[in-house]
Structure formats: C-alpha cells, structure tokens
Ligand binder design. Sequence first.
Ligand SMILES: Nc1ncnc2c1ncn2[C@@H]1O[C@H](COP(=O)(O)OP(=O)(O)O)[C@@H](O)[C@H]1O
Ligand SMILES: [Mg+2]
Length: 290
Amino acid sequence: MSNLESLIQTKNKSVLELKNITKEYQDNKSRVKTKHTVINNLNLNIKDGEFVTIVGPSGCGKSTLLNLVAGLDQTFGGSIQVDDKPLALSPSTDRVVVFQEGALFPWLTVYGNIEFGLAIGKVPKKQRNEKVKKLIEMIQLTNFTNAYIHQLSGGMKQRVAIARALALDPKILLMDEPFAALDVQTKRMLYSHLLRIHDETKKTILFVTHNIHEAVALGDRVIIMSPKLANIKKEISVNIPRPRSIDHPFVETITKEIISESDGLSIKNGLIGIDPKNKDQENDNSTTTF
Ligand SMILES: Nc1ncnc2c1ncn2[C@@H]1O[C@H](COP(=O)(O)OP(=O)(O)O)[C@@H](O)[C@H]1O
Ligand SMILES: [Mg+2]
C-alpha cells in the first residue's frame, strides 16, 4: 500500500460501528411484564475525527444509545465495534462521557479534577502535570487552575468537564446534552470553545441534544432520531467549512430546513419537544411522526 493510500484509509476509517442495535426496556408499571423497544435495528458508522450530533425529542433514546456506546449498559441486541474491535475489548477510557451536570468533584480544584483520571491511571507526576496544564490552557482557564468547582460559572464547569474527559485521551468523546442547563449566551460561548477544541484535538465526538440549532452548529453530520421508528429518521451533512463560525448563515438555513420537515412535533426556538396539546405522546411514542 502506498503512503497516500494508507493516509486515505486512515482518514476514512470508522472508529465506531453500530450494527443492528436493538434495546428494549422492561415496563415495570403494569403487573403484566411488557417490553418497550426504544432502539430498533439501528446502524451507524462514525469516522475518525468526525463530529456527529444526534438530535431528537426527550425520551427518544439518545441517552440510551450513548450509554450503550459508553459501555454503561451491556444488555442490548446487535454489535458495537470501536476501532474494529468488539466493545468488550475496548478499554472504557476509549469512550468517555460528558454529562449535562459536569459531575465534577467539589472537593478538588480545577487542576485536581482534570488530573484525577490520570492519577488513577498511574501516569507519572511530571507527565500528569504537563498534560493537565496543557488542557487548562486549551479550555482557557489558566487563572482558575486552583479554584474549586463552586467558584466557577456553569459554563466554566462544563469546560472543566470536557478537559477532564480529554485527559483520558479517549478515542471517542461522548456528550449527553452537556449544555442543556445553560443560558443562551453561555451556550454560544461553549459552542465556540467546543468547535475550537475539536479543531485542535481532531477528536471523534458523538454529541446528543434536543436542540436542532446546536446540532447543526456543531456537527459534520446531524442524525435525526425518531421515537416513532425507534431509529434514525434522517441524516443531514453539514458542509460548513472548519474552522467554523457558529454565525455561519448555513447554520440557520439548515436548522430551518430540519424544522420545516419535522411535522408532528412541537418545536419552539429550535428545541424539539412533545406537542403539549397531546400529552399522551409522552407515554406513547407511536403518535409522533418525527
Ligand atoms: N432504566 C430504564 N428502564 C426503563 N425505561 C427506561 C430506562 N431508561 C430509559 N427508559 C425509557 O427509554 C426511553 C428513552 O429514554 P432516554 O434514552 O433517556 O431518552 P432521551 O435521552 O432521548 O431523552 C424513554 O421512554 C425512557 O422512559
Ligand atoms: Mg437524555
């Protein structure tokens, strides 16, 4: 194989392959045991360095899917491969999750939180120090190196959570609505930070959200999940060049296109929700058409 061929191969390599994923939950509400299929035969490939966003209404199975990839839930049908290896053979540090609430350790400083996983992994002190300092520079919190978590704003906390995840050098960074609890201004700032971090690290990112605008602003590809299908309804390529500005006019155009196509769901300010006129939809995914 020529150098060029091997380069092209590396560039197009799948880092994550989901094949025929099916996930059912047992319904415990009724006395008769019934099953509830949340994900039905889903296939998805993610390439090395790709930033993929999954968007869908609350309850459509986004966190369920992310938890399967993270290895937090091992009861499912189908197969998940990371770097051509079955999930069971891939170390958990290959797939690190950033959650909505940073789940940071309040008794540790910014430095301590980012260092934590490296210390557990027995990385020597000097290497740890270099890595943590670089990450703190990357999230632009050098002046807060020794601050405790309660001294940080919500946006800063999520930057620390991202740095803490990146410290483990995962193959895939998994993000579960990490900015959902933040105000609009803070979100916009974090989009810019995350886009820059993605450009700098070239990490593969799988990011789930119910905010269409956010999915388009960040992703190379937006995967739209449908609760009715318990699967992917549609994929949209976002061909906005990187480094990317969140104010690129295509962000609005593509967001509007997705909104105009998503009949059957209430969409307010670009957020997908369940139509309040039909509350039953909350318990019966089959009535939504997205
Ligand atoms: N541990 C569980 N046991 C039973 N049902 C669950 C469990 N976790 C999630 N569900 C159900 O699976 C569906 C998908 O949930 P989830 O993946 O959290 O959705 P999302 O992250 O898209 O909001 C929901 O209907 C939810 O009630
Ligand atoms: Mg969720």
